[in-house]
Design a protein. Structure first.
Length: 374
């Protein structure tokens, strides 16, 4: 489900202020040693940028035959599905693969880290793990499917950590994921998420901070329906460029955007009425603001009422008024019909008593009209 236009516009404005692109891939190969730098979201983000597995695999292949492949990573995570393809490219490579965490390896990036033969982290680097999650919209079976997919993804991620060399037990990894754990270089080494702690690495000033943009990707069992916020950058981080947000400010900004989006969806879904449920759900899936959604719902309800009115006009030989549409004559008293002047009864009878007598006689079948019984 797309985020609102206001949130997306704000994040785009923020991105334009940052230095450099959201993705940087540098390739070089010398003496059968390949170098590839990945700085950005795992998978395509909302701005059409990010590390795509097809491009990544081609770039690695273009390095040629290698004895060693050095992969430098600074990523806040991204799509699980595209992340697995990148993981497999490294995991099956014939060269001795070394992955270096230059700044942060969070969420899916921490999984890709495990594909290396040797895992390095800068002294001031960060590794973050958490449970995969998503936002689902639809009926009960949609939520059941999303829950099943998330459970399966969680199991696959834990298996990758253990296979990659993480020394923490499965139960400990599960606890750390439940708590969304940010690890310093020393903590990552202690739990077996890395093998080597390197020197401090200063973040490339030409690389984008990506704190806000990296929140926008698909990590759902139903990616066709939604791309939502998942990774939360915070904790021990390398020095940031002067014009970037601090981790705390970025987290607060993204939290506010995520909460605003949830509230927007909730407010729109609350507008649902019988007969327009699917229409309202489609509005919630779009990036329409609540005020505009209210106007569209009002228009839809008016259209629905007009359709009913037109049908009644076609089915009846008498003139039906707008006021009469709101009055179910079968469910009100004769007095109400007289006071509401339904079918202009006050023009046909001198007083209510005459109308009442006529109506009761007609109900008993005592009234006969020209052409036969009414």
């Amino acid at each position: 489900m797309p985020m609102s236009s206001v949130v997306r516009s704000a994040l785009k404005d923020y991105a334009e202020k940052m230095q450099g692109p959201s993705l940087r891939i540098e390739l070089s190969a010398k003496d059968r040693v390949g170098e590839i730098d990945i700085y950005g979201t795992i998978g395509q983000d909302w701005f059409g940028e990010g590390v795509e597995p097809k491009t990544f695999k081609k770039d690695v292949a273009d390095l040629g035959e290698l004895d060693r492949l050095n992969v430098h990573v600074h990523s806040y995570g991204g799509s699980v599905y595209e992340g697995w393809a990148i993981f497999n490219t490294l995991d099956t490579h014939k060269a001795d693969v070394h992955v270096y965490v230059d700044g942060s390896a969070m969420s899916m990036a921490s999984v890709i880290l495990q594909a290396a033969d040797t895992r390095h982290v800068a002294k001031n680097g960060t590794v973050m793990i958490h449970n995969p999650w998503s936002i689902a919209i639809g009926e009960a079976k949609d939520f059941e499917k999303a829950a099943k997919n998330l459970t399966q993804i969680r199991t696959q991620v834990i298996d990758a950590y253990i296979d990659g060399g993480v020394t923490a037990s499965r139960e400990e990894i599960e606890r750390m994921m439940d708590e969304e754990t940010y690890m310093t270089a020393e903590e990552a080494l202690e739990h077996g998420f890395v093998d080597v702690i390197g020197e401090e690495v200063e973040e490339d000033p030409d690389a984008t901070n990506l704190v806000a943009m990296a929140q926008l990707f698909a990590m759902s069992g139903n990616p066709a329906k939604l791309k939502e916020v998942l990774n939360m950058p915070t904790g021990n981080q390398p020095a940031q460029p002067e014009n970037s947000l601090t981790p705390e400010a970025a987290k607060a900004q993204v939290d506010a955007a995520r909460n605003a989006e949830r509230q927007r969806v909730s407010d729109i879904l609350a507008l649902s009425r019988p007969g327009i449920e699917e229409f309202v759900q489609d509005l919630a899936k779009s990036d329409i603001e609540v005020a505009d959604a209210k106007m569209q719902v009002a228009d839809k309800l008016t259209e629905q009422a007009n359709d009913k009115l037109e049908k009644r006009r076609k089915d009846s030989n008498s003139v039906v008024t707008e006021e009469e549409e709101e009055l179910d004559t079968a469910a009100v008293t004769l007095k109400d019909q007289w006071e509401k002047n339904v079918n202009s009864v006050q023009d046909h009878f001198l007083d209510f008593e005459g109308f009442e007598a006529f109506a009761k006689a007609d109900e008993k079948g005592l009234i006969k009209m020209l052409g036969g019984k009414k």
